[in-house]
Design a protein around this ligand. Structure first.
Ligand code: GDP
Length: 462
């Protein structure tokens, strides 16, 4: 609920040099004035905006008295020039766990209520400080595990996607305005755009939305990550490849067959692409019941995979069993790359594999040879090389994609109606639908449920 004043610890829970507590809402200054006493002559309420003020931090001692518990810094941000758009005070104290809890309790005793997960950002969105796609990008910044994810999230936070959607929205608004004028005053020439101009403007919109929808391929590969399975017979080097990609000894590498019995998962970058990696037990036949479970999990992971790295010992031709595996993979629907490992052994039977797989790469998981080629191939398969994560508007989640795609469909329907020669009013509903779907991408028109769902993924204090 807007109107009340919320407080939370914004730094992670734990012991640290400093901790930051945030208070936002109409009562922020009055509440903090009870908890923070500046050392200088000025009261906190008179502190200039965005200036650090040194002072004493007070908390109730259990007997109703407020006593000094620490010294620290308070910074006042007056509405609307704050992150949330409301009066906000940030208090920095020393980073002890008990101390931080004590200061938070003091803020609550002074009249604030505990903030819910993502509530500061939610308020920023509701107060028009940022669009929904920027808020989502902020969430991605907090979650980023690879450099490319961070770059893309940062670009999103700067409002690139929001700006792109605003441009398209504005074009559609102009088109609709002309359509309405034509409907209301059919005999007069009052509209900005003629029927032909409306058709060409809609075509441009269609191209723009189409281009935006297409960015999701790259956004998905970077921001959400590609579920990836590494599979192959025992001892071909699956764990070694996994470790190479993850960059450390995450899976146990041994020369005893069938040692990887569980499915490990890890997020790692391969070039620009984020892989959500399952390292698996393989797909061979086995009598060992524990290994059997691992193999069943492999099959489950395969069903969800978008990329399969099928590892072979490239120094020898595929066995009958491996050819059977290749057949199974073809049916899985995932993009399959045959990874011919152990090039360092000097012999690579590439031809045998090339005839069976659309994509093959030769590598040595042992010395890293060929890993760049593998990364380049995966980038080519899952991203658009022309898109620049540092500057382009990119759709980064399924929600944004669904809205943009719905807008594209609506614009196509509107255009089809006009091109088929129907009266101009026949395209109104679709042009309006396109506008509201585009507005959904950055949250200008989005349901309360969706907003709640998005902010529930944030942490408390953000
Ligand atoms: P997995 O059973 O498929 O997971 O295979 P591992 O990664 O455990 O490797 C099996 C054996 O092959 C180990 O002895 C590794 O050291 C070895 N191996 C893995 N990759 C290479 C490679 O590129 N070259 C060579 N020569 N040996 C490798």
């Amino acid at each position: 609920m807007l109107g009340d004043t919320i407080a939370a610890v914004s730094t992670p829970r734990g012991k640290g040099g400093v901790a930051l507590l945030r208070v936002s809402g109409e009562g922020a200054l009055a509440i903090c004035a009870r908890v923070f006493r500046p050392k200088g002559s000025k009261a906190l309420a008179d502190a200039p905006s965005r200036h650090a003020v040194y002072g004493e931090i007070l908390a109730p001692n259990g007997e109703g008295e407020w006593v000094s518990v620490d010294d620290g810094i308070a910074t006042v941000f007056r509405a609307p020039a704050s992150f949330t758009g409301e009066d906000t005070v940030e208090i920095c104290c020393h980073g002890g766990m008990l101390l931080t809890e004590t200061v938070l309790t003091a803020l609550l005793a002074a009249g604030a209520r505990p903030a819910e997960a993502g509530e500061f950002t939610r308020r920023a969105f509701l107060n028009g400080k940022m669009g929904l796609s920027s808020a989502e990008a902020l969430g991605n910044i907090l979650e980023a595990q690879t450099r490319e994810q961070l770059t893309l999230a940062h670009t999103g936070m700067q409002g690139r996607l929001e700006a792109r959607c605003a441009e398209i929205y504005e074009s559609l608004r102009k088109i609709l305005a002309s359509i309405y004028v034509k409907i209301d005053y059919p005999d007069e020439d009052l509209a900005d755009l003629s029927r032909e101009e409306i058709v060409s403007a809609l075509k441009i919109c269609k191209e723009q939305i189409h281009a935006l929808v297409a960015t999701y391929r790259t956004g998905h590969a970077i921001a959400e990550g590609i579920p990836t399975v590494i599979c192959g017979r025992p001892n071909v080097g699956k764990s070694s490849l996994y470790n190479r990609i993850v960059g450390r000894e995450a899976a146990i590498v041994t020369s005893v067959e069938g040692t990887t019995r569980d499915v490990l998962t890890e997020t790692a970058a391969l070039g620009r692409v984020t892989l959500r990696l399952f390292d698996t037990a393989g797909l061979h036949e086995t009598e060992d019941p524990v290994e059997r479970i691992g193999i069943d999990r492999t099959k489950q992971a395969l069903a969800e995979a978008e990329l399969v790295l099928a590892v072979f010992d490239g120094s020898r031709a595929p066995t009958k069993e491996e050819l059977h595996l290749a057949e199974q993979l073809r049916e899985s629907g995932a993009v399959t790359v045959a990874v011919l490992n152990k090039t360092d052994l000097g012999k690579v039977c590439e031809e045998e594999y090339r005839t069976r797989f659309a994509h093959t790469v030769s590598i040595s998981a042992q010395n890293g040879e060929g890993m760049d080629a593998l990364a380049a191939l995966v980038e080519r398969l899952f991203t658009d090389g022309a898109l620049d994560s540092r500057r382009d508007a990119v759709l980064t989640n399924a929600r944004q994609h669904a809205s943009a795609y719905t807008a594209l469909e609506a614009v196509c329907r509107a255009l089809n109606a006009l091109e088929a020669g129907f009266p101009i009013d026949m395209c109104c509903t679709d042009a309006e639908a396109a506008m509201s779907s585009i507005a959904e991408v950055d949250g200008r028109a989005v349901s309360e449920d969706i907003v709640s769902e998005i902010f529930s993924h944030f942490c408390v204090g953000k």
